[in-house]
Design a binder for this molecule. Structure first.
Ligand code: BGC
Length: 254
């Protein structure tokens, strides 16, 4: 089944997984979701991942996302997850929990970027595409011609004295009860800073708020076009499955 892959997306509230048809990025069968264990320690999350893979009946390579910088299979940061992830060899941990499947672990926004670039909002785009996910934090992925530059962390870019994700994550919109109009001002400020440094051709806006893109995207006043993500809640799963497939073909994402 070389045109299928398995992706697991680890988020703050849920761990979600599915088998993916890599010819078009659609899910094969149902998506399985289990609440993220609390505290979300590496061991607890690894058992949840193993449970999902078991329920999917999948025996091949598995791609897994983390909301963290991941280099050489090791989680390096933990902005919005349990701090005990820092320094954890995530590949070894998941491999062990799964009983030996080959495993690829990558940043959650990077996975979404791979998926949106290939099957979603960035599929016809030329040049440099930057995906930003607006959620509890802000995740970022930089893509060019189907290639990912992994582990960009634009959510932590300091913009006028404050980290981007502390200004414009959708959790801040909710916490401060900002209108779309006021929140869009913060998003514009963040996008302007990123585009001054990166000069992308397109921004793709992901995360739950991208479903309501018609309420705020037209209010943005930065210069680069912004389009809403197309895959919404499957992007992380699909990108994780793509990463696993690419690595098993010897074309590593790192
Ligand atoms: C983390 C990123 C992650 C993003 C979205 C940020 O706080 O630093 O690694 O991609 O949140 O989950």
């Amino acid at each position: 089944m070389s045109d299928q892959g398995c992706g697991i997306d680890i988020g703050g509230s849920g761990v979600k997984g599915a088998i993916v048809d890599l010819s078009d990025g659609s899910l094969v069968g149902e998506r399985i979701r289990i609440d993220t264990p609390q505290p979300a320690t590496p061991e607890a999350v690894a058992s949840t991942v193993a449970e999902i893979v078991k329920q999917l009946g999948w025996e091949g390579a598995v791609g897994i996302t983390l909301p963290a910088v991941v280099t050489g299979g090791v989680a390096r940061t933990a902005a919005n997850i349990d701090k005990s992830w820092i320094g954890t060899d995530a590949v070894a941990l998941f491999k062990d929990a799964l009983g030996g499947n080959s495993v690829v672990v990558l940043n959650d926004a990077d996975a979404a970027g791979l998926a949106e670039d290939k099957y979603g909002a960035g599929k016809d785009a030329k040049g440099v595409v930057i995906l930003l996910t607006f959620g509890t934090g802000i995740g970022s992925a930089v893509m060019t011609n189907g290639e990912l530059v992994p582990n960009t962390e634009f959510g932590h870019l300091v913009v006028d004295g404050k980290e981007a994700e502390h200004r414009a994550a959708s959790s801040i919109k909710e916490r401060d009860e900002l209108s779309y109009k006021d929140w869009a001002k913060e998003v514009s400020l963040v996008l302007t800073h990123i585009e001054d440094l990166m000069w992308p051709d397109l921004f793709v806006a992901g995360g739950g708020v991208s479903r309501k893109g018609d309420k705020w995207i037209h209010r943005l006043d930065n210069r680069t076009p912004v389009v809403p993500a197309a895959l919404l809640n499957t992007a992380g799963i699909v990108g994780a499955a793509m990463a696993a497939e690419r690595t098993s073909k010897g074309n590593d994402v790192e």
